[in-house]
Design a protein. Structure first.
Length: 249
């Protein structure tokens, strides 16, 4: 009798949005995200502006709430844990500030599931292609991103063009390799250090360069560019030291 191979099921990726005080954006962003994926997690990182009320009225998403604000990295770490706790093949992360385009979610999943060109992490890059005419980036943010990305590449052997883009797809294998401790905005640097140590395969996917609010605050002292750069380098140094300390003899 001829063999009838079962049709492989499509990859199942959870899409997660870390959210903190996004009452004015979150409903519209979620409506758009749900057009391109049915499986959506929101990590509400201690919002105090009505975001939690907006989320509570929805029945089409799953919400995990931190009672207090713990930080961007902490919110993503919760998303990692939720993905690993479920029967997911991977996780897409997308920010809720309107700077990412949800219609690219299927392409991120496709690239992370492509067996002919396998990748453990598909990372969005706003600088892989030239910006469209008239689009500008706050000078300090662009310079810090450029400097830190170059330093990462030199230290870790990557060829990244954007160290900080929050639009990513992680395979389950990559999530199982990551042990993230950094709760703040420097969390991606810890991801890159651990990804390099684990030998994870990384590809970048171009995403549009969009800045809706050039004055958006990082919070407290991190709004100062020099302080922010020092913080990033400190986290990078600590992440490398931690990996070296845990390296088998």
């Amino acid at each position: 009798m001829p063999r009838h191979d079962a049709t492989p099921r499509p990859p199942r990726f959870l899409t997660a949005l870390p959210v903190y005080n996004e009452a004015s954006h979150v409903a519209g962003v979620l409506d758009e995200v749900l057009r391109f994926t049915p499986d959506v997690l929101v990590v509400d990182d201690g919002s105090a502006d009505g975001t939690s009320d907006v989320l509570a009225r929805r029945q089409d998403i799953h919400v995990v709430r931190h009672p207090i604000n713990r930080g961007y990295g902490a919110a993503l770490t919760t998303a990692f844990a939720e993905a690993l706790a479920g029967d997911w093949d991977g996780l897409v992360t997308i920010d809720c500030d309107g700077q990412h385009q949800p219609q690219l979610i299927p392409e991120f999943i496709r690239r992370a599931s492509d067996e002919t060109q396998p990748a453990d992490i598909v990372s969005g890059s706003r600088y892989l292609q030239p910006p469209p005419p008239g689009v500008s980036v706050p000078a300090d943010r662009r310079q810090i991103n450029h400097n830190v990305t170059a330093e990462l590449n030199q230290r870790l052997g990557f060829t990244l063009t954007d160290a900080f883009c929050g639009f990513k797809a992680y395979t389950r294998r990559s999530l199982e390799c990551l042990r993230i401790q950094e709760p703040g905005y420097a969390m991606p640097l810890e991801v890159w250090v651990q990804a390099a140590a684990a030998g994870l395969r990384v590809v970048e996917l171009p995403v549009p360069l969009i800045y809706l609010d050039e004055n958006r605050s990082f919070g407290g002292s991190l709004d100062d560019a020099a302080t922010r750069l020092e913080y990033y380098r400190c986290v990078l140094d600590q992440a490398e030291a931690a990996m070296a300390a845990n390296k088998p003899e």
